[in-house]
Design a protein. Sequence first.
Length: 196
Amino acid sequence: MGDMWDVEGVRARLRELAEADPRYRRFGANRHRYRLDPPVPEPEIARFEAAHGFELPSSYRAFITTVGGGGAGPNYGLYRWGSTTWARLQTDLGPDWADHFAVPFPHTERFQPWPELEICARHTPDDESFDLCWFTGSMVLSELGCGGFLRLVVTGEARGQVWSDDLAYDKGLNPGPQFRDWYLDWLAREVSTPGG
């Protein structure tokens, strides 16, 4: 199957989820409502990649150009690629955020920069305690809630992986599976779990 997606299979599973959870009681469902945004046109992706000197991981690229540009997905769903909200959330990397996608993501294992902070200490990406070099080569993909996000690594050794970014709650950056596995595992879990 490679990087190809079973578009109709994904949509059928989402319909099944929506039918089983009509009141959107599963976590995050009230936001994404099991709906996908329209796919992003291939030329739009190609122009963005060329302008900023990197290529999206092939599984994610195939997803947003054939399945959906955002919408239904784990937690609160996927941000629509290229949307205003998506772009605003990338600004942890600074005003020239898109150029930082070409700089390799520096991590291959869990990263926790504050080993001895009090458990209730909270930070925000505006604090001086955050450094943009921790996030290069990654883009915000989805919201975990309470200041946490999921990041797709687009360059570096962990390319294609989805990492949890819980730095706002001192839980660090944590590696996860490849995008395709992450998304399909969510679909399989949700289908096998009864709705609220």
